[in-house]
Ligand binder design. Structure first.
Ligand code: GDP
Length: 459
């Protein structure tokens, strides 16, 4: 069983900080705390939203001076009585407090168990619970907006409205069945069709927003392509260096983590397979080409780098030796302009397709324009206006199935499908939509486990 009434305990903070927080939730929370905590008065008497200073004791031995925040059901994250113990951030202290809490009657929480309880208590729906994990993982302003919109109910409301409308259509159709002798039509077929078509449009728009949402959440994938020696690694270093300069004063930032990503105006960009770019060894050359191909196929944006010193006409750009899908974009970049005369570059005609961006990866000229172009290729307006932008694969798949089911229903309507089957088709759509929020239908333990197992302990 997914849910029991045990009192659970887990560290809520990562090791390494000055302070740590240990979280407890469940009916026995305050009893457990009182067994290990001594303050001015027992926590069992404390009201919700109060903070208490005292000591954690192991028998008579003082483990730490702490603050305990008390939350009373139902006004807590989980909806249960809960507490957060703030102690000094030593791994030893944290493990001692956990050990004592367990000896006093709590058990270790499973990954995501606090959030499962919040969901089961009706504090949030599934899509909101999933956004909690995204929120914690967010590493750019855009990813943060995405998660926080979803956490605050983002498209849950839209989905519930659509689901409600469809359920109403299905019930109207089912009503007809009750009066089938009398040959009445409660659901005007024309209106039925227009409503269904409109809902289909909305569902597809949400589904299609995944392309943007996913790029923002994972980081926008960029490949740098071009012949050997055009300056690919120099350009990469240039793009990453500016980023490093920006983040270098944040203590504890490891270079590894930011090595291949750059945050441009609130959006994270991920440079693909940069190891491949650095391949210089001849024996590895072939492998390098293979890898470049593979990173091109995974990229959303391809920077096609050309060497200005090897070109004689900038209005005739060579065709790349790779082809792109519709959802991919290529930007021509002409490098090494420091080596050609100023007059060589004519001002770009605005309407020419594929106007290249002229840069010198070596001295930094034009790099700001290139960063702008990368940033402008991601339209975040919808996101910042609070529109529904889907970033969760599970939601995308559910929307895709809903769109498909709706198409079947519309086909059925067109082909005069019997009323009972038609209403069944419409109910299919609502089932798929319902899996996203987990509302209005029973979500199996297995699905829940799958979602919450990706959480870390203490969430
Ligand atoms: P890759 O093989 O495409 O990764 O090219 P590299 O980045 O290794 O650069 C090849 C050569 O071109 C190196 O000697 C670089 O110093 C030089 N290079 C790269 N960018 C520029 C530039 O903007 N101006 C000049 N003059 N040389 C450059």
């Amino acid at each position: 069983m997914l849910y029991d009434h045990d009192t659970i305990v887990a560290p809520a903070t990562a090791p390494g900080g000055a302070l740590a927080v240990i979280r407890l939730s469940g009916d026995e929370t305050l009893t457990v705390c009182d067994r290990i905590f001594r303050g001015r008065r027992p926590l069992a008497d404390a009201e919700g939203y109060t903070v208490h200073y005292g000591r954690i004791l192991d028998g008579e031995r003082i483990v730490d001076d702490v603050l305990v925040s008390v939350f009373r059901a139902p006004h807590s994250y989980t909806g249960e009585d809960s507490a957060e113990i703030s102690c000094h951030g030593s791994q030893y202290i944290v493990s001692e407090i956990l050990r004592l809490a367990i000896a006093a009657g709590a058990r270790t929480a499973d990954p995501g168990e606090f959030t499962i309880r919040a969901y089961l208590a009706g504090k949030m729906d599934l899509s909101q619970a999933e956004a909690v994990a995204d929120m914690i993982a967010s590493s750019s302003r855009a990813a943060h907006t995405l998660a926080s919109t979803q956490m605050r109910g983002g498209y849950s409301a839209t989905l519930e409205t659509l689901r409600g409308e469809l359920l109403e259509l299905a019930s109207l159709l089912e009503l007809e069945l009750d009066f089938s002798e009398e040959d009445v039509e409660f659901a005007d077929r024309n209106r039925l069709r227009t409503t269904m078509e409109r809902i289909g449009l909305e569902i597809r728009a949400m589904r299609d927003s995944f392309s943007l949402g996913n790029a923002i959440k994972q980081g926008v994938a960029v490949a740098i392509a071009g012949a050997p020696n055009v300056g690919k690694s120099t350009l990469l270093n240039r793009l990453l260096n500016e980023e490093r300069a920006l983040v270098s004063d944040i203590a504890g930032t490891t270079r590894d983590v930011i090595e291949e990503t750059a945050n441009i105006d609130g959006v994270q960009f991920r440079f693909l397979d940069t190891a491949g770019i650095r391949t210089t060894d001849d024996a590895l050359e072939r492998m390098g080409i293979e890898r470049t191909r593979s990173s091109i196929s995974r990229a959303r944006i391809v920077l096609y780098l050309l060497d200005a010193t090897a070109m004689n006409d900038f209005s005739r750009l060579p065709e790349p030796d790779f082809t792109l899908r519709d959802d991919q974009r290529m930007i021509y970049v002409v490098n090494k302009i420091d080596r050609i005369g100023d007059g060589a570059i004519s001002p770009a005609t605005p309407n020419t397709p594929n106007v290249p961006i002229f840069i010198s990866a070596r001295n930094g000229e034009g790099i700001e324009r290139l960063r702008r172009a990368l940033r402008d290729s991601i339209d975040t307006d919808a996101l910042y206006h609070g529109d529904a932008v889907v970033s969760n694969t599970r939601h995308f798949e559910a929307l895709d199935r809903a769109a498909e089911a709706l198409r079947n229903a519309l086909d059925g309507l067109r082909n005069g499908l019997p009323t009972d089957l038609l209403s069944e088709e419409i109910r299919q759509v609502t089932t798929h939509l319902g899996t996203i929020t987990g509302r209005g239908q029973i979500t199996s333990d297995e699905i829940l486990k799958n979602i919450f197992s990706k959480f870390c302990i203490g969430k």
